[in-house]
Design a protein around this ligand. Structure first.
Ligand code: UDP
Length: 253
């Protein structure tokens, strides 16, 4: 069932409203959010997060507070199709980050980066500044801080008054963190970007084209980081749930 969520066409996947827009419409919408100074928490959802939502009501409730959820992974594109209400295309978080940086060049946006190890975030900031000189990096810091340090981190962001805030601390942490503080932060675009800074800094490689074409990015990542295996079990579990509940998938509240 297609619903409109603040003007965004969405499909409900297990009760989570996933945007049906493609990349261009998403960037256009977020550009408007920035000019209107309206805070938005954008979640780039994948099956691992959807399983977390199905298994943990608190995580699901947190997801439901996001202003925009885009289908990062093929898994979600596939699920929406199985449910009979397809989305336009994948909107990968990594690519959305770059599209927003590009758009920021034309519109003179300011960006703040939080997350990853100290050397990784420093190199990420350097490379992004080189690649997108028109988008000003007004601050950055690593993602290894405690709850006690949240206040100081938030104060730094508020002072810098960015248009975009990218947070890379792993999906378990980054999304609840943004949801908790978004009213205080009031940044127009706040988005969790997972392992993106590791890729931008050159610390980790994106899957080679062959893996991407075959839609096997997850397999490449698993081969590089075998410790990820347990959380990857969410993928087949998600597929089974989709097939079992596909009649009701898009009707669940
Ligand atoms: N990270 C961080 N603080 C933490 C845990 C992780 O900044 O407390 C960073 C980590 O360095 C990496 C990113 O978060 O750059 C994503 O980590 P991972 O790939 O483990 O997360 P996933 O999104 O796969 O859950």
């Amino acid at each position: 069932m297609t619903k409109m969520n603040q003007g965004i066409p969405t499909v409900s996947v297990f009760g989570v409203a996933v945007s049906k827009w493609g990349m261009n419409e998403t960037v256009a919408y977020l550009t408007e959010a920035i000019s209107a100074r309206q805070p938005h928490h954008i979640i780039t959802a994948n099956p691992i997060m959807m399983m977390a939502a199905l298994e943990n009501p608190e995580y699901k409730a947190m997801m439901q507070t996001a202003e925009l959820i885009v289908p990062d992974g093929n898994g979600l594109v596939w699920a929406a199709r199985k449910g009979g209400d397809p989305v336009k295309e994948r909107v990968p978080g990594y690519e959305l980050l770059h599209e927003l940086m590009k758009q920021g060049e034309r519109l003179g946006w300011k960006v703040y980066l939080v997350g990853a190890a100290p050397d990784v975030i420093k190199e990420t900031a350097r490379r992004l500044a080189l690649q997108y000189p028109g988008t000003e990096i007004v601050g950055y810091r690593d993602g290894y801080f405690s709850t006690e340090e949240d206040r100081e981190v938030i104060a730094g962001i508020i002072k810098a008054a960015p248009d975009l805030l990218f947070v890379a601390r792993g999906a378990d942490t980054q999304e609840p963190w943004i949801a908790k503080y978004k009213d205080e932060l009031q940044v127009p675009v706040m988005m969790g970007v997972g392992g993106s800074f590791d890729v931008i800094s050159g610390r980790a490689k994106r899957a080679p084209m062959m893996f991407r074409k075959l839609r096997l990015e997850w397999l490449y990542r698993l081969l590089k980081e075998p410790t990820r295996f347990p959380r990857m079990l969410a993928l087949p579990k998600f597929a089974v749930r989709v097939m079992r509940e596909k009649e009701n998938l898009t009707k669940m509240g």
